[in-house]
Ligand binder design. Sequence first.
Ligand SMILES: [Zn+2]
Length: 497
Amino acid sequence: MIRIATAGYQHESNTFSAIPASLDLWRRSGILEDAQAIRAEYASSQSTLAGFFAEAEAQPDVTLVPLFFTRLMPMGAITAEATEFIFGRILAALRDHGPWDAVLLPLHGAAVSETFPDADGELVRRVRELVGPKVPIGVALDMHANIAPQLVENADIVTVYQTNPHIDAYAQARHCAQLVLRTVRGEIRPTSALEMPPLLVNILCQGTDDAPMKDLLRVADAQARRPGVLSVSVVEGYPYADVAEMGMSFIAITDNNPALAREVAGTLALEAWHLREALNQTAPRIEQALQRAQAALHGPVVLFDVGDNVGGGSPGDSTHILHAARRLGACTGLLQAVCDPQVVAQAQAAGVGGRIEAAVGGKSDGMHGAPFPVQATVTALSDGCYEETGPTHGGFRFFNDGPSCALRTDDGLTLVLTSRSAGSSSLQQFRALGIEPTRMKIIVAKGVHSPRPAMEPIASELIWVGSPGVTTADLSTFTYRHRRVPLYPLEAETVWP
Ligand SMILES: [Zn+2]
């Protein structure tokens, strides 16, 4: 029997966020150390762990042992305490239950800890140190990973989602596990190359169904089909992490052919460099976007609140678009979810049908607008739990926004208030509260890519809004101290190679 361990954590750390990823928040999000619990939560999903489970099941002589998994929504850097807890538990479990024929690590790739700017690379380094040089290590990452050399050097196989929104987590995890198992069986000798051109990709240009990312992925596909190439990854990077490795990168894995790996990764990096202007476009401002939505003949027009992209580490309580909608008289038929546990409690006290007067959102920090005053009727209350069986970003199925309510304001807004920061990755977020999103004129979705699988099928038009906030598309508003320099477009005159 081939015995494989899997253990990991996933975090996309926005180093500009004021909210640290503390151990308390990780615990509240759920730390799973029981094999049955990990299986129950993830095996039937479309996530990375599901892909690992499926591949192990497909090979009768393979046993996969899940040891540890936790994930926390994007926010600030992981505290030193949480880092040592998570790393300590993962390493202890690997040590106590080993030896292993291979290790599979479901990570994100853009985790930053207070102690280790490259937290994912540090974990892979420690796992390598523990299991020694001969045990194959496979790492499956998110496409927003900021990848540093130490991660690739300490792993045998690194795979990365190649869709954004991320709907191929399962497929990439199977690919990762397959290559790791072929390595265990001695069928291949993987060798990797990492290329990091001085380039970042604006969050607005990261959709893989649209040019230029679509074109770049087509080139990557062609490279992946070359004889001797085992895997090719285009990595978009995550621009809201002020770390040296922030930016775009490319990984090529070949069967024992380092020169070919370098050539493939280099070819892709050069291709991306030629597309650098198209990879860095801007978005209309809030007023322009709302006016365009108001002028649309059919709804719903979906406005993506880029500055308050919960999936990118923002608090989910931005009110910039609500204030603008009121100024422009665009409230009627507008639907939006906002995080505000205090007003949810007020609505619970008032009960369904009750009246409340409150100031909604804008409470977590000074970057996301002032609280938005409303006079409203409570139309529904819920525990905030819902299930989505259709495609979702990351393949997740079960959602928990915390206690939630629906409000109908006197000026025509429909608001969903949640107790946890919540993006709009599923229409069930609204339907669970008796709101039919297809009847709306305008839906404001907090996110850039994660709401697309839910919104695209019902939207008459999609507009990405250049709103302010901790995930704004305007990167010139951030002060970076640790990123590499130069980096296009922040240094517009960058010359490369
Ligand atoms: Zn991502």
